[in-house]
Design a protein around this ligand. Sequence first.
Ligand SMILES: [Zn+2]
Length: 251
Amino acid sequence: MRIIELEKDILLYQFKPDDKDGFLGLNIFVVINGNECTVVETGFKRHFIQVLKNLKEKDITISNVIQTHFHPDHIGGIPLVEKAKIYGSIFAQDTLKKYVERYNKYLPTNVVVDKTKLQFGRHKFEIEVNTGHSKDGLLITLNDKYIFVGDEIILDNKGNASIPYCSEKDPQAHINSINKIMSRIKINVTVLPTHGSPLVDKDHIINDLVKRLTYLHFINENRTASYDDFVKATNVRFLGRDWHILNQIDS
Ligand SMILES: [Zn+2]
């Protein structure tokens, strides 16, 4: 685990891929106000234990948790958090039921239906639905500067794009979510994916989003096409091509 200070009081706990064939890392974010913090994402349990240990050493307690969505690699720390408010989508339960047996331990206490705000000391969080990767997706903006995109943008820890994953097999929803992110991109905005390095360069961010849109439009119009069909038609490539079949509809 590496702790990266994005700026004073805004920390990224960055984990490397933890199996030898994997290429995706994982991020947990901690936003500090005095001796309290708001956490965005809680990883797998094994990641969150390390974050908790570090916070304890710093004498910082967790007041809020905000989840971009409720897939298993994002929620592992929720049962370890005591007394904090857990912000999550109204559709959290639907997603949890698909992946987790005793899902009651992971449910949000503060349900987001459309959008909400959280003022935390000097920090302003704006939370809104964004349902491309998953139907319970939330987009979180911090201080008009940082955008937590969850798995709407998946990268490796060097910033290379991994293939979009439409877990509801709905490419149109994912097109909409990428367009929403695109509309928020301006100079000095940092995109914070849950997997992969932060993106700070505006051109890099826009290129990444355009590449995703190219893919999503292609599969939206060609629901049975293979990954190779996509590369042939567009000359665009991604890491994680094995996930393509998860987006596809069987021919
Ligand atoms: Zn994930």
